[in-house]
Ligand binder design. Structure first.
Ligand code: GRF
Length: 220
């Protein structure tokens, strides 16, 4: 299998991007980050890419008439960088079906909740408001819905009586970094497949032996 070349889409602070960059540098993740694209100018994630010597671009959704035109610009940039897989690392835009068709089961998202609970924005706030006692994060392949695609791996953290949105967000975020790197490492090894289910049921992710062992050892 050819070495995985990641295009990482970001909108903000980029701590998940940093975890990916650190893991590619240390060899924990056998992949290259080919390009980082932000839809927001001036965000910390862009500095992180620069500090790591990784190419980065700003493609602002505001410069395009509609989502299709914005996504087409993203696709052009990702194509130029010869990206094989796309990671949504805090990217706050929903992609069109046209974009997803260009990377079938090769777009990966990290979400700060144990899906299918609490999709969409403010997942940690939703979890606190509901009163759950366990929260966490999910890495999944992206489909046309919002946070509905096949789940690759999940990790749970406790919700404490004293938690605020900030403290819970920070606890989940630390776990996101571990989870995302482990999931991408398994994908880079080619040990993750999406299995179409008969009769139109949801496709599910099948873990090969190495991926299952990797997740077990990481206690995911
Ligand atoms: C993370 O909580 C991610 O799950 C969510 O947005 C946040 C991004 O954080 N989608 P960062 O930019 O990676 O620091």
């Amino acid at each position: 299998m050819a070495k995985v070349k990641l295009g990482v889409l970001v909108s903000g602070s980029g701590t998940n991007l940093q975890a990916i960059l650190d893991a590619t540098r240390s060899g924990t993740l056998d992949a290259d980050v080919a390009i980082v694209i932000s839809n927001q100018p001036g965000v910390r994630a862009l500095d992180r890419a620069k500090e790591a010597g990784v190419a980065s671009r700003v493609i602002s959704h505001r410069d395009f008439a509609d989502r299709a035109a914005f996504d087409a610009a993203l696709l052009t940039a990702l194509g130029e960088a010869q990206v094989s897989h796309v990671v949504l690392a805090g990217f706050m835009r929903v992609l069109t079906a046209g974009f997803l068709d260009a990377f079938p089961w090769r777009v990966i998202n990290i979400h700060p909740a144990l899906l299918p609970a609490f999709p969409g924005v403010h997942a940690q706030r939703q979890a606190l408001a509901y009163g759950v006692k366990v929260a966490g994060c999910t890495v999944h392949f992206v489909d046309a819905g919002t946070d509905t695609g096949p789940i690759i791996a999940q990790s749970a953290v406790p919700v404490l009586e004293s938690d605020t949105e900030e403290t819970l967000t920070a606890r989940i975020l630390r776990e996101e970094h571990r989870l995302l790197v482990a999931a991408l490492a398994a994908i880079a090894e080619g040990d993750i497949t999406v299995v179409p289910e008969p009769s139109g049921a949801r496709p599910r992710v099948a873990l090969g032996e190495r991926a299952a062992k990797r997740f077990a050892e990481a206690r995911l």
